[in-house]
Design a protein. Sequence first.
Lengths: 301, 257
Amino acid sequence: MIELRGLTKRYGDTTAVADLTCTFRPGLVTGFLGPNGAGKTTTMLMTLGLQRPTSGSALLGGRRYRDLPVPMREVGALLDARAVHHSRSGRNHLLALAAGNGLPRRRVDEVLELVGLTAVAGKAAGTYSLGMSQRLGIAGALLGDPPILLFDEPVNGLDPSGIAWARTLMRDLAAEGRTVVVSSHLMSEMEQTADHLVVIGKGRLIADMSLAEFLASQAAGGVLVRAADSGFAGTLRGAGATVVAQDDGVLLVGGLDAYAVGKLALVSGTVLTELSPRRSSLEEVFMAMTSESVEFSGGVR
Amino acid sequence: MSSLLHSEWIKLRSLRSVLWTTAVVLVLMAGLGALFSFGKAHELAVSGTAADRAGYDPTASSLSGMLLAQIAVGVLGVLVVTSEFASGSIRTSLAAAPVRGRLLAAKAVTAAAVALVIGWAGGLAAFLLAQRVIAGQGLAAASLSSAPVDRALLGAGLYLAVTALFGLAVGAMLRSTAGALTIVIVVLLIAPIFSAALPSAVAGWIAKWWPSMAGFRVVTVAPDPSVLAPWAGFGVLAGFGAVVLAAAFVVFARRDV
């Protein structure tokens, strides 16, 4: 559990994070979303005690990060996968981290195995691909077997099988009851990984809700209809629907759901070649929300 | 704290560049010590007066390689901190050790310990090799049974340890490798060299009080009333190092990331 209470960071006149209050709960993968410069990384850095908040606090299991006696046993974090000394081997990087928190050496071999880097563990980290670096970063986060995990853009640079692996890992970690926070700019990835979303824009909270709620909250809605009979549009309008003809002959129907449209087609004896509810993607909802982020001025929707 | 020391030790010994540098410094200390001693001893044997020979300090002469070793060790101190800022791994290190002063302390102890060992091992090797060379030229060589000689060899390690801490402190304050290296090299080497071109009063003051020059007195045996006594000179260097290191701790602890 991570609780942010009125977390604020100002650099001179610039406000990077403004009065952010929200909770990241255990047992869930929480997607931490926002456009570039929204303050995601600054929030993570403050949570990890790497930057001092101007005001407010971030509590991990009720304590400030710097008060954790053995931080890696409480919180694991992947911030920047490339932030490893290039000529040090992956294994030595992890050994140094483990030693600093008094974690056993065998734990290093365990996490290397877990992320699939055992074969290249002796090679210099500078020779790793971005995907391998991400795996090394994830291994470092898992070293202390912590109940709280923060991943900043963990799938960046992973190939499709790597992305699938990371997605399964995040879900498994959450299923074990851990608090898993994943920041990403890949909205499609969140749609398949996250249970809950915290969205920020310009440092302010825009949304803190389940994935389903989030999608529903801004559903563009409507039903896509393709009818054999060109007069069906008139029939739909007659039933009180709004109809917008798309370029490809598809009708975007508002005001009626798919069931009502299908029933109308049955009654009027029209053949429908397409009938599908139009669901807005996370990407669309996200763009719609964050493009207006100034107007939301911290209000929780 | 001991776990952090272990962590820093793993970081240091897992870099091939550190291992190579250490080996090269040891060889250079011994090699340059022998070479300089040969040159000076040969010159004295061929053309020196009795007074020149009497004023010759075979111990200090054998430790001439310290001039170069201090730069290598100062660079090591700088890199222990700035390499982490350059790669960004300082964030990972500080997340694993959130009480920032402790991380810097662990780095300081590790770097100083390595420098101490380099100074002792390199100094002893240089001394033993150079004394054979000096004796070979027919001059009076120094012996390990002399207390001032033992003090000089002890001082070689201490001098390099302070140099490493100075580099580390400058690195922690500047965070950039290039800037910190410039300062370390200017303070340790360039300023003493340029002082020769200054008016004699200023040059004399620098020879006596400039931290690296005062500190160097600890590896000399022949008395020189124009400058500080060996331990007094080292005290000036140590005091200077302590002030810079304390400033580094204050700055490092207060900063974000």
